[in-house]
Design a protein around this ligand. Structure first.
Ligand code: HEC
Ligand code: HEC
Ligand code: HEC
Ligand code: HEC
Length: 419
């Protein structure tokens, strides 16, 4: 049986697995919301908060947010479980492996080395944003290939996580300024070198007026949010504070401090928060390609799809020290689905449905499309911003599988799944 190249180095269970004890996050009974604060002249600026922050803190570890996000009270998952650090260490030469393996892996993981830290989320994100984002994440950072996965969080979990991440929200007065002047500042101070602002056509990029290292620029471009969303993510007072000195708000931020006068800052904030935005470009998700008439082998689909991408979360629990990753043994708050995509037998054995019965991933839905193909197409639909309802796009949170490769899988299934 082929083994994962990493299993020889660190043990794949330790790589992609998680302890069974944290897989099933038991939901506590819904608690009464805290009493609304009494309106008083002494506490005019704090908004009533729902959710249990202490429980939210424990959820970060239970739901394994710390396998992707740093900057919470939960220590980052160890390198051999961390979905970002391990890739970063491979690219940064800190991973112990042969030179041959490292050079094979580097190009594959190059784009998977960044996720935003959640450091001081409460100072730069509103509760409304965090709550709605956890329920329905969307692409915020155009330079980042990985997305926030659509997790199966309950309303209570979302409230508790939000209360933890944004412990208080103040109703500071909003900032106003001159929109056209704001545009000129954004265009002359290097903002567009890192940031996009979709919905505002024709913004010009310029050199960043302060020294930035090569690394800062690389990570800055990946992690810079599309400024279109600032008005949904921050209050204008938060944006103004951010622009004074990003690292004072978030020490590990990849945004440099760019000196602005008070007026310039006000004008930039006004532009970001009030400039009319063109409607979001509606992307139509690609449709299923016709089946191939040529013969498709398992070796081909395995190489291009299952063993390339899927088995990083759906691996073989036997040689994985009882743990086959989030898509098999459970993780990120998902129940164990028992789906092993690392070999033919595992793929044929299917997954555990909500009733805990084994179900084939090849079963056709009402539309005649095999479940597996539906899941692969759904990832394209999610990327296009479409609501895929109960169908979760695969690979969960990662770049969609190319349409030609989905066509290959589709054709292989139609041909009776030859070995
Ligand atoms: C598999 C990796 C992964 C896991 C697990 C994960 N996230 Fe994320 N998350 C991301 C990525 C990547 C982004 C940034 C996406 C973007 O900006 O387009 C993100 C974005 C976010 C954001 C928005 C932050 C910002 O500055 O834009 C919040 C809040 C967040 N995640 C919270 C959580 C919580 C809470 C959990 C656990 C319940 C969690 N995430 C689990 C990868 C992950
Ligand atoms: C111990 C190090 C390590 C850890 C931990 C790790 N990975 Fe990886 N990952 C790799 C290596 C090495 C590759 C490239 C493998 C190859 O090319 O054969 C890779 C590749 C991938 C790919 C394939 C990208 C593509 O081109 O299709 C995905 C997706 C992925 N990892 C996701 C994850 C997720 C999700 C986690 C956390 C659950 C994770 N990784 C944790 C080392 C790791
Ligand atoms: C070197 C790249 C870089 C440059 C140049 C840059 N930024 Fe940023 N900016 C970032 C990154 C990265 C973040 C995300 C912060 C984080 O999570 O670390 C960010 C965050 C922000 C935010 C918070 C947005 C949000 O949705 O969270 C605002 C507002 C912002 N930048 C505005 C600007 C403006 C205005 C300029 C020009 C004066 C500018 N940036 C220049 C990289 C950059
Ligand atoms: C980042 C981790 C991750 C990656 C990468 C991933 N999966 Fe999954 N997958 C999961 C999780 C978690 C579940 C369980 C989801 C649930 O319980 O709703 C799952 C469930 C599934 C299911 C079954 C459930 C259903 O509702 O249909 C299929 C089929 C599936 N994955 C296919 C794939 C394929 C094919 C790939 C590679 C293209 C892939 N997955 C890559 C994490 C992942």
């Amino acid at each position: 049986m082929p083994t994962h190249p990493l299993s020889r180095l660190v043990g794949i269970g330790a790589i992609l697995g998680i302890a069974a004890s944290v897989a099933a996050c038991k939901e506590p009974p819904r608690r009464e919301p805290p009493p609304a604060p009494v309106a008083s002249a002494l506490a005019p600026s704090t908004v009533a908060l729902a959710g249990d922050a202490a429980h939210g803190k424990t959820l970060i570890a239970e739901l394994q947010c710390n396998r992707c996000h740093d900057g919470t009270d939960a220590a980052p998952a160890p390198q051999n479980k961390h979905c970002v650090h391990c890739h970063a260490d491979i690219v940064g030469g800190k991973f112990k492996a042969s030179a041959a393996l490292l050079s094979k892996w580097k190009p594959v993981v190059e784009d998977l080395t960044d996720a935003p830290s959640l450091t001081s989320a409460g100072k730069r994100l509103t509760r409304t944003f965090v709550r709605s984002y956890l329920a329905k994440p969307h692409d915020v950072r155009p330079g980042l290939s990985q997305s926030m996965p659509r997790l199966a969080l309950s309303a209570t979990q979302i409230d508790d996580l939000t209360a933890y991440l944004v412990p208080e929200e103040s109703a500071a007065p909003s900032v106003t300024g001159d929109l056209e002047a704001g545009r000129r500042v954004i265009e002359s101070k290097g903002c567009i070198t890192c940031h996009a602002m979709t919905g505002v056509p024709g913004l010009v990029a310029s050199a960043i007026p302060v020294p930035v290292t090569r690394d800062e620029l690389l990570h800055g471009k990946r992690l810079a949010p599309d400024l279109r969303y600032v008005r949904e993510r921050q209050t204008s007072a938060q944006t103004a504070a951010w622009l004074v000195d990003p690292k004072a708000i978030k020490a590990d931020s990849a945004m440099p401090k760019i000196p602005l006068t008070d007026n310039e800052r006000r004008d930039v904030v006004a532009f970001l928060h009030s400039r009319t935005l063109d409607p979001k470009v509606v992307v139509t998700p690609p449709t299923r390609l016709p089946l191939l008439t040529r013969k498709v082998t398992f070796a081909e689909v395995d190489k291009r799809v299952f063993h390339r991408t899927c088995w990083h979360c759906h691996s073989e629990p036997d040689y994985a020290i009882g743990d086959g990753g989030p898509g098999n043994s459970g993780g990120f708050g998902f129940k164990p689905r028992g789906l092993n995509l690392s070999d033919y037998a595992g793929i044929a054995a299917g997954f555990l449905n909500d009733k805990n019965d084994r179900e084939s991933i090849f079963n056709a839905g009402a539309d005649g499309v095999p479940r597996l193909v539906t899941a692969l197409l759904a990832r394209h639909a999610e990327e296009a911003g479409a609501d895929t309802g109960p169908v979760r796009g695969m690979p969960l949170g990662y770049a969609p599988v190319a349409m030609e490769d989905i066509q290959l899988v589709d054709s292989w299934i139609a041909q009776g799944r030859p070995r």
